[in-house]
Ligand binder design. Structure first.
Ligand code: C2E
Ligand code: MG
Ligand code: MG
Length: 251
């Protein structure tokens, strides 16, 4: 119902290539402009929406809006425009017509598939592994980018990860937290290093979440991490910054 009343908005957070500081993409993060309670973060309503099934129309709205926005960047900024990265709920992934919906939305918004990335959690895949893997393979074949979100918090065996059709993984922010200070805990640092090495061994691009300090950024660059996301690199906000930042990067 909130979807019909136009109460949802998307904020975008930069995904930055650590080697040169350029913006590669932007993660779409949904907010609810609640008539009484003000602007609510996803932590306040996604779970309830998943339980009630409202996540299906909400998730579709997010996908359409994010693709529409990314198509605008692509038309304005050309082939190297930032891609948009959209979070997918396990409930959406389990819908039989989900792949068709994604394909249809890309057509509707004239968005080239490589300008769209979908963020999936391990948990979502594990719920119905055969169906999820089939859906991800079908999407991968269309050229959409796929990334595993919050990596390291769940159970993923290496063999499992190896056969999963994804392009990238995002190391959960809780691991990056340990690199906050110059004299980082050596165990935390080793874990992050191992995660980055493992991702690269599997030919996956790797993003670090929750980069909040220059110390974290320097260590991640030294460890060869590909992309970073976090308050140090830019907070989530309304879409206007994306084109501005991209133009400043290029200039
Ligand atoms: P996520 O996908 O892991 O998104 C990253 C979250 O970390 C965002 O919270 C972001 O604002 C926050 N964050 C970014 N930089 C930092 C930092 O430096 N430090 C810390 N402590 N946090 C940082 P947000 O926007 O509250 O979103 C929370 C979660 O809600 C997301 O986690 C995602 O799982 C979910 N979510 C957001 N939008 C959608 C959506 O459209 N659909 C679905 N199904 N889930 C969504
Ligand atoms: Mg995410
Ligand atoms: Mg995450």
């Amino acid at each position: 119902a909130g979807v019909d009343r136009g109460e949802f908005v998307l904020h975008y957070q930069p995904l930055v290539r650590l080697a040169d500081g350029r913006v590669r993409g932007a993660e779409a993060l949904v907010r609810w402009q609640h008539p009484e309670q003000g602007l609510l973060g996803p932590g306040r309503f996604i779970e309830a929406a998943e339980r009630s099934g409202a996540i299906v129309p909400l998730g579709r709205w997010v996908l359409v809006e994010a693709c529409r926005q990314a198509a605008e960047w692509w038309r304005e900024l050309g082939p190297r425009a930032p891609y948009v990265s959209v979070n997918v709920s396990p409930v959406q992934l389990a819908q039989a017509d989900w792949v068709a919906e994604v394909t249809e939305v890309m057509e509707l918004t004239s968005l080239p598939p490589w300008q769209l990335q979908l963020e999936i959690t391990e948990q979502a895949v594990l719920e119905d592994e055969a169906a999820a893997t089939a859906a991800l393979s079908a999407l991968r074949a269309t050229g959409v980018r796929l990334t595993l979100d919050d990596f390291g918090t769940g159970y993923s065996g290496l063999a499992w990860l190896r056969q999963l059709p994804v392009h990238a993984l995002k190391i959960d922010g809780s691991f990056i937290d340990g690199l906050r200070h110059r004299h980082a805990d050596p165990v935390d640092r080793s874990i992050v290093e191992a995660l980055i090495r493992m991702a690269h061994a599997l030919d996956l691009e790797v993003t670090a979440e929750w980069v909040e300090t220059s110390q974290q950024m320097e260590q991640l660059i030294a460890l060869g991490c590909d992309l970073g996301q976090g308050h140090w690199l830019g907070r989530a906000s309304a879409a206007a910054w994306v084109a501005d930042l991209w133009r400043r990067n290029i200039a």
